[in-house]
Design a protein around this ligand. Sequence first.
Ligand code: FE2
Ligand code: FE2
Ligand code: FE2
Length: 208
Amino acid sequence: MKRSISFPVLCVLCICAASAAFAQPAPKPSDVTLQNLETAFNGESNAHARYLAFAEKADQEGYFQIASLFRATARAEEIHARNHEVEIKRLGGTAQAKIEKPDAKSTKENLEAAIKGETYERDVMYPDFYKQARAVGDAGAVQTFNYARSAETEHAALFTNALGNMATMRVKGATYYVCTVCGYTTTNMDFAKCHTCFSPKDKYVAVS
Ligand code: FE2
Ligand code: FE2
Ligand code: FE2
């Protein structure tokens, strides 16, 4: 006996077939970690380029100490990018950055933009990425996100201090110190080991 399928049943079957055809598999936890590392790599690479442009502008305006601060933080962001790149390669990815042309304005505006960027990384981006990496037990990603977040916290504080004391920051030859392992940036070398990565002091480089 020939059986026919009713119209409503046919509709349900068509919808199910269409859903199955277009459904995307849920991303694997390691894919999300890799995507976060790539996002962070792109952000750090752009911050490096942006801070070098901001340093040039600060030198032009005679804020020599702020120029040194931007050069030191640029170095730190480069270290973060390098650390992220190691983890990207470990997960089978390729570290690629799309460098946007830095939009350098006045030094005051550049400091404000830098504070905004560092605050976002400190309070939103890195805590989220850290949490995800921790949840999936990726120790390498946890470490690189933790190193970066700690340095961004210090960068936000250094930029905020500079913004509040611009008039006093025309000193030439100011020195900042950057940890080449984790990117922590400071003016005070009165410690035995880096408080973020516990590397010995000799891992720090001076940037003027
Ligand atoms: Fe950074
Ligand atoms: Fe930073
Ligand atoms: Fe360090």
